[in-house]
Design a protein around this ligand. Structure first.
Ligand SMILES: Nc1ncnc2c1ncn2[C@@H]1O[C@H](COP(=O)(O)OP(=O)(O)O)[C@@H](O)[C@H]1O
Ligand SMILES: O=C(O)C1=C[C@@H](OP(=O)(O)O)[C@@H](O)[C@H](O)C1
Ligand SMILES: [Mg+2]
Length: 177
């Protein structure tokens, strides 16, 4: 069985929710990169965006990704934009199994409608923003991912079962040394 598992995908795809349940199932430590940034700075994600701007947040995020990917036996829920920096993509690919959690714009909108914690969606037209983010990021999620799981289904435990089955199938295909 693989060691580290890294979850990538758009805001609202379920990285944090599924990551926590997956870690419990696999007896791994769950870490969320946004929570780690908040713990290190003592500030919330919206406040960091407001005071320092997105570029500074991305810098903090890259530091956290570098540190956390060096750990072992973790399930890491990354922030949706963690794949934007090439150095993050290299670390994620090299240091664990990367799973792209994919959800439709419609289901993401429904899940995040009343949520004020995602600064990039606090716009007049969140649907247009999500469509733009999908166009920009989809190729990057696909580039880093070892496999893709659709998270449209609402049952988190079923999604965890699907992921565990994929991980087992993947490790069965690894050449033995
Ligand atoms: N499979 C799912 N079906 C329905 N709602 C979900 C699912 N996974 C997560 N959610 C809900 O969607 C919202 C965003 O989920 P979250 O895990 O924070 O996503 P991410 O970390 O990818 O941004 C939360 O309110 C969560 O309860
Ligand atoms: O997509 C993004 O650029 C972001 C996603 C958020 O994390 P989630 O994907 O967990 O919502 C958080 O890192 C920040 O608001 C920026
Ligand atoms: Mg999250």
């Amino acid at each position: 069985m693989v060691d580290n598992i890294f979850l990538v995908g758009l805001m609202g795809a379920g990285k944090t929710t599924i990551g926590r349940a997956l870690a419990r199932r696999l007896n791994k430590t769950f870490i969320d990169s946004d929570h780690e940034i908040e713990a290190r700075t003592g500030a919330s994600i919206p406040l960091i965006f407001e005071i320092e701007g997105e570029a500074s947040f991305r810098h903090r995020e890259a530091e956290v990704i570098r540190d956390l990917t060096a750990r072992s036996n973790i399930v890491l829920a990354t922030g949706g934009g963690a794949i934007l920096k090439p150095e993050n993509r290299e670390l994620l690919k090299a240091r664990g199994t990367v799973i792209y959690l994919r959800a439709s714009v419609a289901s993401i909108l429904a899940r995040t409608a009343h949520d004020k914690n995602r600064p990039l969606l606090q716009t007049a037209d969140p649907r247009a923003r999500l469509e733009q983010l999908t166009r920009e990021r989809e190729p990057l999620y696909e580039e880093v991912a070892h496999f893709v799981v659709e998270t449209g289904r609402p049952n988190v435990q079923l999604l965890v079962n699907t992921i565990v089955a994929q991980l087992e199938a993947g490790s069965a295909n690894q050449p033995r040394d």
